[in-house]
Structures are given as C-alpha cells and as structure tokens.
Design a protein around this ligand. Sequence first.
Ligand SMILES: Cc1cc2nc3c(=O)[nH]c(=O)nc-3n(C[C@H](O)[C@H](O)[C@H](O)COP(=O)(O)OP(=O)(O)OC[C@H]3O[C@@H](n4cnc5c(N)ncnc54)[C@H](O)[C@@H]3O)c2cc1C
Length: 436
Amino acid sequence: MTRDFDIVIIGGGILGSSISYFLGFLNKTKKIAVIEQAHSVAFHTSGRNTGKVHAPYLYNPEKKKMFAKAAFHGYEMWEEYSKIKNIPFKKDGVIEVSLDERGTKVLEKYLKWGKQNGLQDNDIKLMDKNELKKIEPEIKCESALYVYRDGSTDYSRLTHEVMQDSKDNGVNFLLDSKVSSIKKIDGKWKITLNNKQEIFAEFVINAAGGEAIDIAHKIGVAEKFTDVHFRGEYWRAPKEYNNLTKTSVYSVPEYTDYPFLDPHWIIRVDGNCEIGPNAVPVFSPYGYNKKENIKEFIPKMLEMINSGAIKAIFDKQFQELAINEIQSSMSKSKMINRVKRFLPKIDPEKIREKGTAGIRSSVIDDKGQFVPDAILEGDSMSFHILNYNSPGATGALPFSAYVVNYLSKKGMIENESSDMQCGFWKFSEIVEKLAL
Ligand SMILES: Cc1cc2nc3c(=O)[nH]c(=O)nc-3n(C[C@H](O)[C@H](O)[C@H](O)COP(=O)(O)OP(=O)(O)OC[C@H]3O[C@@H](n4cnc5c(N)ncnc54)[C@H](O)[C@@H]3O)c2cc1C
C-alpha cells in the first residue's frame, strides 16, 4: 500500500467523504486518502441521525450562517443526487408546533429566519390550530409552522455512494484504521494507524466528528475549545401508528439557547415512525453504552475541569436541561410523554423497541458558551472542522465544496484544476451559491 499521500482526510463520515468527493474531481493525480477507524463509512453520527433534509428555518441567519446556507443548497443537491443514485428521497415536509403563546412567538421568529435563509412564501406557512386541524386532525397545538421544503432520506446510503464516486476518482479509503498518533516530522505529517502502521501526508484535513477537537488539540490547534457529548436516543413506534400523521412533527424546544431540540415525531423515509432524539450527556463520542462511558468518565471530567465546559456545567439552566434529558433516558414514558403533549393518541405502553442512538459533540468556548456555528481552524499544514453538528448531513455537499475552495484560496492546498464539473454540479457554481 502507498504510504505517502498529498492529502489525508481524517474521518469517513458524511463530511470527510464529501470533501474527498470534490478533492477527487479537482485533483486527478494527487494521492488522497480518507482514514476511517470503523469498518465502514457513516458508521457513527452520519449513519445514526434522524435522516431529515432540513429546511433552514431553525437557524439564526447571523449566528448559524454557514449551516443555514449549506442546508438551503444541500437540499437541492441531495435531491438530485438521490434521484440519479436511486436512493429514496421524499419531499415530505415537517410541521413545527407550539403549545402556548411563547411558542407561537418562537414560530414567528422561525418564519422570519426561514425567509432570511432563502425559503420562499410557498415553502413555509404559519397556521393557527384550526387550519392545521383540517390537515392533521391528531395534532394538538396552539399554532404550527408548516415547512413544505423539508425532506427525508438515508444518509448512510448517500455517504456510501459518495465514497464510491470518490474511489472512482482515485481516492483511497483506509477503513478499520484509527489515527492513534499524528506528529509533524521534517515538514510532513507522520500518522500512526492502529498504533502500528505509519503513513505520511503533506496536508491533513480533520473531519473526525466527535474526535475532531481531540485531534486538533494533539497538534496544538483550537486549544480554547472543548466539547461535550450528548447521546440522542430513539424509540420505534409500532406499525399501527404509521398513519397517525402525514408529516414529521417537531415542537418548539423548551430551552431554545441550547444546540439541540426536544424529541420529535419522526416519519422515516421508509415510512416507519420513531420518537426522538433526546440529548443525554455522555463521556465519549462513542458512549452508546455504559461500558464505554465508564471508561471515558475520568479523562473527560479532567478535560472539562480545565476548560470552559466547567462554567457551562455549573449553569443552572444547563443543569435543569441535563436532568430532564437524563430522566427521559431512564424512563421510556418520560421521553414519550414529551411527544404525547402534541400527539395525545400515543400510548407509551405500545412502544417497546429502541431505535439506533447517535451522538452529537457540541463545542464550548473558554467562556463556557456553546458555539452555534461550525468552527474552521487551520495552519499551513492542517485544517480542522469542529462543531459540525445538525443540520450537518443536509449541508455536507455544499459545505465541503466551500471548504475545498477556501483551502485553495488561502493557498493551503493547490488544486490541479480550479474549476471542474464535479459529477452533477459545476464546482464554481456551488461555491458561488455558498459565498458567505
Ligand atoms: C441524534 C442526531 C440526529 C441528527 N439528525 C440530523 C438530521 O436529521 N439531518 C441533518 O442534516 N443532520 C442531523 N444530525 C447531524 C448530522 O448527523 C451530523 O452533522 C453529521 O453526520 C456529521 O458528520 P461528520 O462526518 O462530521 O461526523 P461523523 O459521522 O461522526 O464522522 C466522523 C468520522 O470520523 C471517524 N474518526 C474519528 N476519530 C478518528 C480517528 N482517530 N481515526 C480514524 N477515524 C476517526 C469516526 O469513526 C467517524 O466515522 C443529527 C445528529 C445527531 C447526533
């Protein structure tokens, strides 16, 4: 196997794979590799999410500018890509409900944000409860935001297709390969995989999801940031609930300042229904079970004590939220009742099967504040994408084109071609749309 690469991307999630897609088209002779510790791409968050192709109405156009723009254009790109690759994509919309007057004010704000982020009048509509009742008789609410330009897909399958396209352009995917150490030696990166095999790289792109901060810290980048991991759990609803609503239903979150939502009523692209996700604090980006969490408890606590995270943890509102989320992990009915508030027909007794949990890693700065947008940091030999959270899967393609263009404009990498037809899209046209 080649041991020397021009560019190494750490992380074979939807982000790392999408970056490799554009690099592959623009660099036919460069040696590029994606390193993934799992046995397949999209094994972690990218294959364990809600599968929604989000319209950008939940994102403050000032604070979440990058995510909002990428989501807006990602929608049409995934729709096109899914069609050609024969992957299910449903334009099935989403309804966001408010249960009281405070929530209605939030919906009015979301309507404004949605339009500022590019949605048109026929993409999004604020309704009172009577108007919604005619469409969705089972939903109980005060008012609702009906978002027509929202979809569902399967991000795991999409990532596998993106990997295949990248491979066709000569990108190597090294699976089952954990980056165990990374060091700069004689103007190159020496990267050790699985504590034994060594490879070398001129330039490294860190798209390692829940480990991105740890990798950045290993090479002395982004030291003022730390992260906190939250496990999002799901419950699968029985088939008898499949026609309860026509559309997925979200509710205005109780704590709007935190980077996660309350559990929703989800209709997956295959028609099956689920309830989730909650956001239970855990100690590892892979803390799906007790064993993994116990192993990481002490190292994570030590890391947090020495960072801004400690301020966040002692915040009263955060503590309230964390207790609420932990309770809804320990008690099935506590979790399901959060959705029963707006779908009273649901009976927790009938819901018995757990879904697949996914973990988000939210970045906190040195002042103890959750950072709303993605963080891009780099030096002459590396580039790091941190805090790449929801709606990260929706925006992965345009965001990746933006990253590749940014690196080239800053002189960090030199693309062999400055513009190209990249599959279905012309590179310059995507980048133009995403100009921030
Ligand atoms: C519960 C939940 C629901 C969500 N729902 C949605 C949704 O409906 N729509 C949407 O758009 N977004 C959603 N998101 C967000 C979206 O899933 C993420 O933004 C996106 O998947 C992040 O992709 P990624 O490639 O950055 O991370 P990941 O998918 O986590 O990929 C990072 C990869 O890096 C690898 N890695 C890490 N460290 C190393 C190492 N040392 N060596 C080798 N490999 C390494 C990991 O194994 C992993 O595969 C959701 C997220 C969660 C948690």
